[in-house]
Design a protein around this ligand. Sequence first.
Ligand code: ATP
Length: 199
Amino acid sequence: MYLKSLTLRGFKSFASSTTLHFEPGITCVVGPNGSGKSNVVDAIAWVMGEQGAKSLRGGKMEDVIFAGTAGRAPLGRAEVVLTIDNTDGALPIDYAEVTISRIMFRNGGSEYSINGRTSRLLDVQELLSDSGIGREMHVIVGQGRLDSILHATPEDRRGFVEEAAGVLKHRKRKEKALRKLDATEGNLTRLQDLLSEIR
Ligand code: ATP
């Protein structure tokens, strides 16, 4: 599995549609200060479902939409399309190529799609969670983040490892199942009370 291409339209400084093609192995993005290198990384995190404006180096979520420049008016929507090569079947989906896209309008939430089919954020997260690219995006290490990872608490560090190993998804599911069991037990107790009152 590797990232094959990334298309940005109206995302941060990328007002015009821009596509980057990647090859297997290491890719380096080089350019002058402020030319948009980190915006490319932000776009990868964003299309994979990043929900925190701060993680995207903005104040609010709509800061990802092209805000305009002296010569160009602001845009009303941002779109990022990520194509992943899945010929090794690392992603649990029956396609050799997987395309994930996210669109956001200034006045609304985000729309996701997987291979052209409208999807929920949860679908995107579930699709990626076993690949080690999860909800918390620990695989994307931004400038200055290395320090915070090195200084993380043992609990946080365990979270990173669990996510990379694909365990986190199962832990979350277990927690959800336990909460449901708890609620069901509460209902059963109430039912017993009602039954004994009726009798
Ligand atoms: P450095 O090497 O200094 O880290 P960089 O190449 O990583 O720089 P980025 O941080 O990706 O650069 O890009 C910063 C540029 O993106 C700034 O010029 C900023 O004005 C522009 N930018 C960020 N958000 C938006 C937006 N919503 N609309 C228009 N331009 C934006």
